[in-house]
Ligand binder design. Structure first.
Ligand SMILES: [Zn+2]
Length: 337
């Protein structure tokens, strides 16, 4: 029990987010998916805040809990009862629900010219959900669709944090999840973005992102949720890992999840090693004149971004008239759309 809390709080301390009594009060955004990891993260942070409040000490930070409702595109539905249970158990924080299709309300320009057809049906502008579903169905594969949903979720969380003046985002990814991400992002041609996607303290899109559960395996968190008093198990609602009905529906992310599920049982040190190794990658300091990818928002680090696989310069999406003077995208996104 103590092991988990110690690991999490140590990470916060390393990233100077634990909040000493001299530090100004911070607002930390915690995205919640109702998976084991994010629930454990919230529980540990809440415990720390409660202990400080009982001792009459400066709390150091406030938590803003964000749930991204993906029911428009994923099979599992959003359960308002679960959110109510969470609010009852941890009442002192701020809670917000946003829908994935609400990306339209933020100022990142995701309705690219390449997706222009998705915007109207010839009679008028379509509603957000239909527009979003059209964009997804225009993508070439299940992996691309899963990739696009992941990119949107991350950008929406970051945009929300910026709009609400949060000081940092605490993602609940475990070691196992970060290892999955390392391999799947690399397989999807996004190896170059890894420092922005999984490293602690990376100034991703101008806001600090931290992964306080990076030293804990998913199976350790799974054991933790049943050991707390009362158990956290009723708050956890993981989407069942769906076995794709055909190989067409199989995604790289899905394969990686299955792979690391088995690896962490017998060879947990391999999982930790993947994350330690990729954690050593450093994000180059971002220069202002470097293009950011229009889709995923990661900086397009240099002109040789495609390695030997592409000999041209940074590709650009064709604009509405089909010319090539559209917006710059990174290698990973060029493979997705
Ligand atoms: Zn990109």
């Amino acid at each position: 029990m103590k092991y988990v809390a110690t690991k999490v709080l140590k990470r916060l301390e390393t990233n100077k987010l634990r909040g000493g009594f001299k530090d100004p009060q911070r607002t930390l955004l915690v995205p919640i998916s109702f998976g084991v990891s994010s629930i454990v993260l919230l529980h540990v942070l809440n415990q720390q805040l409660s202990a400080r409040a009982e001792a009459g000490r400066h709390s150091g930070y406030n938590l803003h809990i964000l749930f991204v409702d993906e029911s428009a595109v994923l099979k599992h539905a959003f359960l308002p009862d679960l959110l109510d249970m969470l609010k009852q158990r941890y009442p002192s924080h701020t809670y917000t629900v946003v829908s994935l299709e609400d990306y339209c309300d933020y100022d990142f320009d995701f309705d690219l010219p390449a997706f222009a057809d998705a915007r109207t049906n010839g009679h008028g502008v379509l509603d957000k959900i239909t527009r979003f579903k059209r964009i997804l169905s225009s993508l070439p594969s299940a992996t691309s669709r899963a990739d696009m949903i992941e990119i949107l979720r991350r950008r929406l969380i970051i945009a929300f944090a910026q709009k609400h003046a949060c000081d940092s985002i605490l993602f609940g990814d475990s070691t196992t999840r970060l290892a999955e991400k390392t391999l799947s992002e690399t397989a999807k041609g996004r190896g170059i973005s890894l420092p922005w996607l999984i490293a602690d303290g990376s100034p991703s899109h101008g806001i600090n992102c931290t992964y306080p559960l990076r030293d804990l395996l998913r199976k350790e968190l799974g054991a933790y949720v049943s050991m707390t008093l009362p158990p956290l198990t009723p708050l956890v609602c993981e989407a069942p890992s769906q076995t794709p009905t055909s190989s067409k529906e199989t995604t790289i992310d899905g394969l990686m999840t299955q792979y690391f599920e088995s690896v962490e049982q017998n060879y947990p040190s391999i999982v930790a090693n993947v994350v330690r190794t990729s954690g050593k990658l450093l994000a180059p300091s971002i220069l202002e004149d470097i293009d950011a990818c229009t889709l995923c928002g990661c900086p397009i680090a240099n002109m040789s971004w495609g390695g030997d696989q592409l000999d041209s310069a940074v590709p650009r999406l064709a604009d509405g008239s089909g010319s090539e003077h559209g917006k710059a995208i990174c290698y990973g996104c060029a493979r997705t759309v």
